[in-house]
Design a protein around this ligand. Structure first.
Ligand code: PMP
Length: 974
């Protein structure tokens, strides 16, 4: 309902009004107005707003909010209110998969009108309430939440690009086209030092924008798609899917839509400018940025931060009771500060890279002389990279190893030891960190065998800083970190300006004058930005610049040369080139916690395994038909871990081979062909092991493509299977019936094969007594019981060394692999002498490298380490602690259905609903990707891919387990 009187009102112009004081109608009056004007019976409670008056509206007898009532500031014209409604209606229609707040109707008419109030004529509107909450109060944000915000902003911008409206030419202080004027006119409340920071940053930003201003497209936009106005979906993970608050709708530079969204994310604890690159990418998909928009984007983020600070303080001062304005101030300053944390040129280069735009590098400035001259033959370049032997045996955990290596190198005669520019320095990169480490050098670090005098390579001005000595020249600056100044002020090229003592660390940085205080090391994701402004100082010493290849085509090469079906973890996996204990390290020196790797049972790169393998390779490695001690030692050691009757060992190279052989042994021993297996299992890729694998996650056609010798029983999953909880005893009865029916039908079985603790469904214990009943029935009809211990055996379950022990049974044949080789290919089948003997009917058994000297020695070392380092105990203790932590997390996070498992074989299962158990498949994928961003390697498992496959090296520490839980918590709360 519009008021004809209001049509003549001019469009709002902030610069005619200055700051606005929100309307302040008493609650009672508003309730009465709603009743008399709209026949609405409601209760209302105040909500925050900077310039309007907002209320949350509920209806009697309904706890859920009904709507949001907005009393508009009287300075806004009717036409502007109509503009806002047009835009919200347009978005609701054109983006139907998003929730958009729109005007509610009551008794067939919109709840929207100009009303006479105690404060005069006021426009009152009732918007639909979008449940889900916003993100402002969330301390951290996930990558997927932020990317979704970019996606929404891009879609909104695209949807509004063709809309025109006469009121769109209104003038608000939030229109970044007027940012400079807003900053000049809004009175400053704060210290001079703060103001100086604002002025400096905003002038520089404005200068950059002015250069491209004419080419920036303008259009209608929402221009307030912030963490406060994007509403989380009601799905189990808080992904934004709702849009509220059309108060800032107007015409402006189209790119301001994105700048405003980006800046709103910067106040969150874990968000720095580089974390926003994915948000920009997501926007760009829908609304591609032009060259000029890329140039203007970051300066606009800085300006938005400045305007937020300046107007936020003014508003709080003007309207002291406005709690909303008061609490926003800390956030606003943080936004401004973080926007300035990376020099705009650095950020813009990163943005260009993110959008695949070419950046022409700055030309290296000319120099007339050297810092000091040196003989390049007398220079040792240190290899600090991830693959450098310097970092072996966990030495990388100590940052001081680089300096020690440099000084050691000098002892053998060279003049200089150097860590070059653009080198990856792994040493000191922190394990258990959710933040990408700074590992790549922006300068050159050297240690000299003698004291050196450092001359100015070009004319400039010398000054001492807390970090050392700086030479500022016309085009560039040289920082000599760790040097001692010999003079200050203007100097000619060739003048000695500083010294560095013998064997003292000196870092030389050489950078454009557009930046200052260049960090000595930067994270890999910021590399292109910083390297665009920081030059390689090698030529200042007469040395050749460092060449490190920067095109990462590894994944592409892999895709070309490896079969496509041989999949890899993650769409964009990090390139992992080193492991240590429970850690994996990528080529950029980021240390990840490996929570998924049961193959590396005793921990990555265990020195004892490396030594044993090295020694054996120096002695003998050949096929297993020779007579050597290692194979016998290992077989004895292995069978000693099993019940007495399992005394005969076959050695192979993998789990698939072990299962395959186990099946063939059962067939040979019984003279029968038919095998019974459990559904939803995975047993391997060879013909026989694949035939008994029915997990649809591994092969969608698994069940329909079974050969007719394979029969299956229901997956005995007491959590989400056919029979749950106390009813799960039925699985055993049914399996026994299947066996009897098969016998009755003339197909007696050679054997029954299952994981004795169900690894493939996330580590679900079989129902109590299950294997007793099924093994009994299979033996009764003359078949054998086969346990696939490839995943769950060998101490991983903590309480039991073998999975079958949990069920109190002894199988006839055990197949095991993976962890028994500590990452080396090794598998084994263990059975009784009598059963093994019957395999003779198949000829003889031979696997060339199965049980080779090397395999056997590694197998023996793994077993000894499990014992000596008490790794089964560690699995029980740390695994128990981890499971309790995950169960505790489940009390706060409804997405966690349960955590299955024992020891260090756990499976946290995500469900959208704890009653229906609807699997949270998509969410689990997002969670795994986000965990990687936080430094944790984790993968989904199960037929629905909705279970975290938690099976870290058995040596994992409690601290690392806690880190995993904290990371998971962080993903789930945001
Ligand atoms: N059995 C089970 C239970 C497994 O999980 C796997 C591998 N995931 C295998 C057998 C096959 O082992 P491999 O990959 O070593 O051939």
């Amino acid at each position: 309902m519009t008021n004809p009187d209001a049509f003549d009102q001019p469009l709002f112009n902030f610069f005619d009004h200055g700051a606005l004081v929100s309307p302040s109608l008493p609650i009672d009056e508003v309730v009465t107005l709603l009743h008399t004007e709209f026949d609405l019976e409601v209760t209302i409670s105040p909500l925050g707003s900077q310039q309007d008056q907002n209320f949350l509206v509920t209806r009697p007898g309904d706890d859920a909010p009904y709507g949001v009532l907005k009393v508009s500031n009287p300075v806004f014209s009717d036409s502007e209110i109509e503009l806002q409604n047009t835009v919200s209606d347009h978005l609701a229609t054109t983006l139907p998969d998003l929730r958009v707040t729109t005007i509610l109707h009551h008794r067939n008419r919109p709840v929207s009108a100009w009303l006479n109030t105690s404060e005069g004529r006021r426009h009152v509107r009732l918007f639909s309430y979008l449940p889900g909450g916003t993100f402002t109060q969330t301390s951290t944000l996930t990558g997927f939440t932020m990317a979704r915000m970019g996606d929404i902003a891009g879609r909104v911008s695209q949807a509004l690009s063709s809309l025109v409206h006469p009121a769109a030419s209104r003038t608000t202080q939030w229109d970044l086209r007027h940012a400079r004027r807003a900053l000049e006119t809004i009175p400053w409340i704060g210290t001079d030092a703060e103001r100086a920071l604002i002025d400096e940053a905003s002038e520089a930003a404005w200068a950059t924008i002015s250069a491209v201003e004419a080419a920036l497209p303008q259009q209608l936009g929402h221009f307030d798609l912030t963490d406060d106005n994007l509403v989380a979906s009601l799905d189990s993970l808080p992904l934004p899917d709702g849009i509220i608050d059309f108060g800032d709708v107007a015409n402006s530079w189209a790119i301001a839509e994105l700048a405003i969204t980006l800046s709103s994310l910067l106040h969150h604890e874990n968000v720095s400018p580089k974390d926003l690159l994915n948000v920009v990418r997501a926007f760009h998909v829908h609304r591609p940025l032009s060259e000029e928009e890329v140039i203007a984007l970051w300066p606009l983020v800085v300006l938005r931060g400045a305007v937020l600070v300046v107007s936020g303080r003014q508003q709080a001062d003007l309207d002291p009771d406005n709690h909303y304005a008061a609490t926003a101030q800390g956030r606003e300053w943080r936004i401004f500060e973080r926007a300035c944390a990376l020099p705009p040129l650095v950020m813009t280069t990163l943005l260009r890279e993110a959008l695949d735009l070419v950046t022409v590098p700055l030309e290296v400035p000319t120099t007339t002389s050297l810092l000091f001259s040196t003989d390049s033959d007398s220079v040792v370049i240190l290899d600090t990279s991830v693959t450098s032997p310097l970092n072996d045996n966990g030495a990388w955990m100590d940052a001081a190893i680089v300096e020690r290596a440099a000084l050691e190198a000098l002892d053998s005669g060279p003049a200089l030891a150097v860590v070059p520019y653009d080198a990856v320095v792994l040493a000191g990169s922190p394990p258990l960190s959710m933040v990408e480490p700074a590992t790549i050098t922006t300068g050159l670090t050297l240690w000299s065998s003698t004291e050196r005098a450092l001359s100015a390579p070009m004319a400039g001005t010398v000054s001492s800083t807390s970090r050392g000595v700086t030479l500022t020249a016309a085009e560039s600056t040289i920082d000599l970190l760790g040097a001692l100044a010999t003079l200050s002020g203007p100097v000619e090229a060739g003048t000695v300006v500083a010294t560095v003592p013998a064997k003292r660390e000196l870092t030389i940085q050489w950078h454009s004058n557009a930046v200052a205080n260049v960090p000595t090391k930067i994270p890999a994701s910021c590399l292109s930005g910083w390297h665009a402004v920081a030059f390689d100082p090698a030529p200042l010493l007469g040395l050749t610049p460092h060449q490190r290849p920067h095109t990462n085509t590894l994944l592409e090469r892999r895709g070309i040369v490896l079969a496509e079906v041989q999949e890899h973890y993650y769409d964009q996996p990090p390139q992992i080139e080193r492991g240590w204990k429970e850690f994996l390290i990528d080529v950029n020196g980021r240390v990840y916690l490996d929570m998924v790797n049961n193959v590396s049972s005793v921990g990555h790169s265990h020195p004892r395994i490396a030594e044993a393998a090295n020694r054996q390779l120096h002695l003998l490695n050949t096929n297993s038909r020779f007579n050597y001690e290692a194979i016998t030692n290992y077989a004895e050691q292995l069978s000693a871990t099993l019940p007495e009757e399992l005394d005969t060992v076959f050695l192979v190279n993998s789990g698939s081979e072990a299962v395959d052989l186990a099946i063939r042994i059962a067939m040979a021993a019984t003279g029968r062909q038919d095998i019974l297996a459990m559904r939803e299992a995975y047993h391997g890729w060879t013909y026989a092991s694949d035939a008994v694998s029915t997990s649809i996650a591994d092969n969608p056609n698994a069940l329909s493509s079974r050969p007719d010798w394979v029969h299956t029983v229901d997956s005995a999953n007491s959590y989400r299977g056919t029979h749950r909880g106390p009813e799960s005893y039925r699985y055993a009865e049914e399996a026994v019936d299947v066996i009897r029916d098969l016998v009755a039908a003339g197909t007696p079985l050679a054997g029954f094969l299952a994981e004795p603790y169900f690894g493939n469904t996330g580590g679900v214990a079989l129902p109590p007594g299950y294997l007793k009943a099924v093994y009994g029935a299979i033996r009764e009809q003359g078949g054998l019981a086969i346990a696939d211990e490839v995943q769950v055996g060998f101490g991983r379950l903590g309480h039991w060394f073998w999975g079958f022990q949990e069920q109190g049974v002894v199988p006839d044949i055990v197949a095991v692999a993976k962890s028994i080789g500590g990452g080396y290919p090794l598998g084994a089948v263990i059975t009784s002498k009598a059963v093994a003997a019957m395999y003779r009917t198949q000829g003889y058994f031979f696997s060339s490298t199965g049980g080779s000297p090397l395999s056997s020695v590694i197998g023996s070392t793994v077993l000894s380490l499990i014992e000596e380092e008490r790794l089964q105990d560690n699995a029980r203790i740390v695994g128990g602690h981890l499971k309790r932590q995950l169960e505790d997390l489940a009390t706060k996070q409804p997405l966690i259905g349960t955590t299955h498992g024992s020891g260090l074989y756990l499976g946290t299962e995500f469900v959208r609903d704890r009653t229906t158990l609807a699997p949270a498949t998509r969410e689990t994928g997002l969670i795994c990707d986000e965990l990687l961003r936080l430094g944790v390697v984790m993968q989904p498992t199960g037929d629905f891919q909705n279970i975290l496959k938690i099976k870290p090296p058995l040596s994992i520490s409690t601290e690392a387990a806690d880190f995993f839980v904290q990371a998971l918590h962080r993903v789930l709360i945001t």
